[in-house]
Design a protein around this ligand. Structure first.
Ligand SMILES: [Ca+2]
Ligand SMILES: [Ca+2]
Ligand SMILES: [Ca+2]
Length: 395
């Protein structure tokens, strides 16, 4: 499904830079966390995101239609099931101890932040609607951009990439993360929500990642139980901020978003884009120390201004498009431990007795399952990949 061919070409053509060590200096001593955690094997779509509750020793895993809770040895504690939409990336909110994730119902034109009360998840097979562990807040802003009739023909073309519709190419939402406001290193933690963006090489208005900012401190009044047969619309009318990062078009936008207090930057893992005029990197960093700048959101049908974010100017560089990035696959889950160590997720289709090829016979006999796990990584700051796996053998 993913295309790796263009990546190699881009990597060779790009200028290699050496990244400076972050201001916080050397990597701290290795944390007392396992180097590998297995999230299990589930009859769902693939792993979409992970969230760590370090204080309580719990890991949460988004398997698209199911939330899984394990301890840090990978022992199963519980699951929340019955999601008919798309549960995407997650993050843990240290302030209220809950897990926030993106949840899409494209046919119903409903886009939510799903809020799981992890403390109440204590058994396998809990129901997303009726067991009181999940509340949802609707995001009107996403609906407005997703459903925009951009070519003005009076028709909204729905869930397809092959159209001029969807403002900024918005396909919904996926990456979510808590962190400080852009341009700040501390202060109130805001929830940042990144758009999915369809891959389409025929239009010029889809070359930005779009990030909405919300203050969830007053969200209790909006929270409602999930009702999938009757989607509610309770939520903030507008985001607290809306930001644009020029990366070139990607395939479904920011898969995983994470704030890294160690470097002070925001990580964006994407499935590579296909436009020839871009290097189509798989990993970008937004400079968290840079104040957003008011400027033109290039490529829009009518000239439009917005709050523009700055990419970290390191790693790989493509002078023609002016973009910077890295080659690293964090699409299935990222947790920054905020000390130079990270969990990155991996996963894929498996059979009971071992891995199988994607699109292999297991897909046909209806026994396909998806496996998910995370591995501890360490910051290197190098290019093309700025992280390296912490290996058991290095102990
Ligand atoms: Ca249209
Ligand atoms: Ca995803
Ligand atoms: Ca995240």
């Amino acid at each position: 499904m993913r295309k790796f061919g263009a990546v190699l070409t881009a990597g060779i053509a790009a200028t290699m830079l050496t990244i400076a060590a972050p201001a916080s200096a050397a990597v701290e001593s290795k944390p007392e966390l396992p180097e590998h955690i297995h999230g299990g094997t589930w009859p769902t779509s693939h792993l979409q995101g992970v969230a760590l509750d370090e204080a309580n020793g719990h890991m949460y895993w988004s398997f698209t239609q199911m939330l899984v809770k394990t301890d840090l040895e990978g022992n199963l504690i519980g699951t929340v099931e019955g999601l008919t939409g798309h549960l995407g990336d997650l993050d843990f909110n240290a302030k209220d101890g809950r897990i926030y994730g993106s949840l899409e119902y494209k046919a119903e034109e409903a886009f939510y932040i799903a809020i799981f009360d992890g403390r109440k998840i204590d058994r396998v097979g809990m129901d997303a609607e009726t067991d009181g562990v999940l509340s949802t807040v609707h995001l009107d802003e996403v609906v407005a951009d997703y459903t925009a009739d951009m070519d003005g023909d009076g028709q909204f073309d729905g869930d397809t990439a092959d159209t001029a519709d969807h403002r900024y190419g918005c396909s919904g939402i996926d990456g979510v993360a808590f962190g400080p406001e852009f341009g700040k290193s501390g202060g109130k933690q805001k929830l940042m929500v990144a758009y999915g963006v369809y891959s389409n090489t025929e239009r010029a208005d889809n070359d930005h990642q779009v990030i909405l900012e919300y203050d969830v401190a007053n969200w209790r009044k909006y929270e409602r139980p999930l009702r999938q047969d009757e989607p509610h619309r309770s939520g903030p009318k507008e985001p607290g901020g809306k930001y644009f990062a020029y990366t070139g078009n990607t395939t479904y936008g920011v898969q995983n978003l994470e704030y890294d207090a160690y470097t002070g930057n925001w990580f964006m893992a994407v499935y590579e884009g296909e436009k020839e005029q871009f290097p189509n990197y798989s990993f970008f960093m937004v400079d968290g120390s840079a104040e957003p700048q008011r400027g033109e959101i290039v490529g829009q049908p009518e000239p439009e201004e917005g709050e523009l974010l700055s990419l970290v100017e390191d790693g790989l560089h493509d002078p023609e498009s002016g973009t910077y990035g890295w080659e690293f696959h964090g699409d299935y889950g990222i947790v920054s431990l905020d000390n130079g160590y990270y969990y990155f997720a991996e996963g894929g289709p498996v059979e009971e007795d071992g891995p199988v090829e994607e699109d292999g016979p297991v897909e046909e006999n209806g026994q396909a399952k998806e496996d998910g796990e995370v591995y501890l990584h360490e910051w290197t700051g190098e290019a093309p990949a700025p992280f390296t796996k912490v290996r058991e053998s290095a102990k």
